[in-house]
Ligand binder design. Structure first.
Ligand SMILES: [Zn+2]
Length: 568
């Protein structure tokens, strides 16, 4: 008995001294660790030190080798690299949280009720709302501001459509911004946007009226709806929310992302002061979220890029410009090769002139930035693919991106491979637009709509995101849309354009390693390998893509070895 006791103690001592051999900050064990490396099996344990992964291996291997400050028993749960949302708008979402929330409104009336409720609570000097979508209302008719004017005759009201590409303003704001005159006089605004007028609305009896060159209040009454560049004079006078409120809302967005296991966002368009705002939050350690910032091509940002080049500060990396190639499909601003099927007066437009896009491309090439262009219509996609081809001959690994690639002419699919262009797509757009997109573009053009499988076959990788706040931040809705091509209400039963589905594995890669590639971050992020950032998530339920949508969420979210969120 005595001998045997000694033996056990010795082995314990031996084991302990062995454990003390290598120290770690954190060991997660009893887990099902998916490293997302090609062909890798799952592992049970992972050791983390100084924010980096030092080893991934079996339970015994890791527990025997390392002595950690902290251990997490994952109870067999799935562990993945932190998800990246490869196209989101943190700033817009933060502002949406402070605005009247119009998402999901089923009628104009409901919209008014929500505005009144909001205003009685906040009593703002300027009412900003976001999220209306007339395609959810009876008749798919663009709204007019008549009743808005009755309710709010002497305070500016600005209500953004869900996609951010159109807004409804009351007359007070229209006058205050002088948008009608400015729009009439500025050719650039004119070419990349339009104003919907009462007269035109009556004449064509369609939800969207003719594009018009010059109007004044007394000649043609505006309905209050301004699309794409026609919004600019209003945006110019829109006040921002107080900094403290904005900061709090940004952290709220971050928290929401963490609850879903999203640890990084490719932020699709920041102004200079917004970059500074985010950097301030990073400086005081309250914003650990990985942000890959795409800069809006403003003068200040271009100056910044020329001076700083590729720029990394804390958890923000800047090395790209985001350009708006065209408008949105919902408001017929997406630039199509042929007219819209449900409104032959409309073909859409480029919201940035070709000349300007070429200038931006030249700057990007010089400062070694990516050019990431919003392209929804098949014409814009074609134009950008051609423009991008030039960079391919100079830098084959440029990774320039097309954001959305929503309607692509199948003849142009091959250009993604030929020009080495990274598609950056949002699978929930497909399932959200399913009810009306075919009426916009017609049956034939649907062959190149939300064609994720075809695009993936060309380039071999794709970045996957949500475009929040246009869609929800929930990556599990993305997985369901991408793999089963259904929304979370299981519509349509047999999948929307189901032949363009991608696999579960591909979708996960699009949110991890391919997203990292799309931001030149594959050496730090995207897989759970030795030497990379310890940025990972323990999910509450098995991560999978069952035929029926399954809600899932993070149990524990870790960025660079630090727990940033854990379920209550
Ligand atoms: Zn976007």
């Amino acid at each position: 008995m005595k001998l045997s006791f000694i033996f056990i103690t010795t082995s314990l001592i031996l084991l302990q001294s062995c454990m003390k051999g290598e120290s770690a900050d954190l060991v997660i064990h009893n887990a099902s660790i998916h490293t997302m490396e090609d062909g890798a099996k799952t592992f049970e344990a992972i050791a983390i030190k100084d924010g980096k992964i030092i080893e991934v291996g079996s339970e015994r291997q890791i527990l025997n080798k390392y002595s950690a400050e902290k251990y997490i028993d994952a109870a067999g749960k799935d562990v993945y690299p932190g998800f990246t949302d490869a196209h989101g708008h943190i700033m817009s979402y933060a502002r949406q949280k402070l605005s009247v929330d119009l998402v999901g409104c089923k009628s104009y009336d409901e919209m008014l009720v929500r505005i009144e409720k909001y205003q009685s609570k906040h009593n703002r000097a300027f009412i900003i709302g976001r999220g209306w979508d007339q395609s959810r209302w009876k008749g798919d008719e663009m709204p007019t501001n008549n009743r808005l004017n009755e309710l709010f005759p002497d305070i500016p009201v600005c209500l953004f459509r869900i996609d951010g590409h159109a807004l409804l303003a009351n007359d007070y704001l229209i006058k205050k911004s002088d948008v009608l005159k400015k729009f009439a006089e500025d050719e650039e605004l004119n070419q990349g946007g339009y104003i919907i007028t009462q007269q035109a609305k009556k004449k064509h009896n369609t939800s969207i009226a003719n594009q018009i060159g010059s109007i004044a209040f007394d000649i043609v009454a505006p309905t209050g709806v301004f699309v794409d560049n026609a919004m600019n004079p209003i945006l110019d006078i829109l006040p921002d929310f107080p900094k403290e409120e904005l900061n709090a809302a940004i952290l709220e967005v971050q928290h929401e992302l963490f609850t879903y296991g999203v640890t990084g966002v490719h932020e699709a368009g920041l102004k200079r002061f917004e970059v500074e705002l985010l950097e301030e939050l990073m400086e005081n350690e309250s914003l650990p979220l990985n942000i890959y910032a795409m800069l809006s091509p403003t003068e200040k940002n271009i100056e910044f890029a020329r001076k700083e080049g590729i720029y990394q500060n804390k958890s923000m990396l800047i090395r790209s410009f985001k350009v708006y190639g065209d408008g949105a499909m919902g408001s017929r601003g997406a630039f199509m090769k042929e007219v819209y099927s449900d409104s032959h007066e409309h073909q859409g437009y480029l919201t940035t002139s070709l000349k300007r896009m070429k200038e931006i491309a030249t700057i990007c090439e010089k400062v070694n930035y990516q050019m990431n262009t919003h392209a929804i219509g098949d014409s814009t996609n074609r134009i950008m693919l051609e423009l991008y081809q030039d960079i391919y001959s100079v830098k084959p690994d440029h990774r320039w991106r097309i954001e959305h690639a929503q309607i692509v002419d199948p003849k142009d699919f091959q250009l993604f491979a030929k020009a080495g262009v990274f598609p950056s797509v949002q699978p929930t757009h497909a399932t959200s637009d399913q009810g009306w997109v075919e009426s916009r573009v017609g049956k034939e053009r649907m062959g190149g709509a939300y064609a994720y499988r075809s695009l993936l076959n060309q380039f071999g990788m794709m970045a996957i995101g949500t475009d929040f706040p246009v869609e929800l931040t929930n990556p599990f809705a993305t997985i369901h849309s991408a793999v089963n091509r259904k929304n979370t209400e299981e519509i349509p039963g047999n999948g929307f354009l189901a032949n363009e589905s991608i696999t579960f594995e591909q979708c996960l890669k699009g949110m991890t390693i391919w997203a990292a590639f799309a931001a030149f971050q594959e050496n730090e992020l995207g897989t759970l390998e030795k030497g990379k950032d310890a940025t990972l998530v323990i999910f509450e339920r098995p991560v999978a893509a069952p035929k029926e949508y399954q809600y899932n969420f993070a149990n524990t979210t870790i960025i660079k070895g630090k727990i940033v969120y854990t379920v209550e």
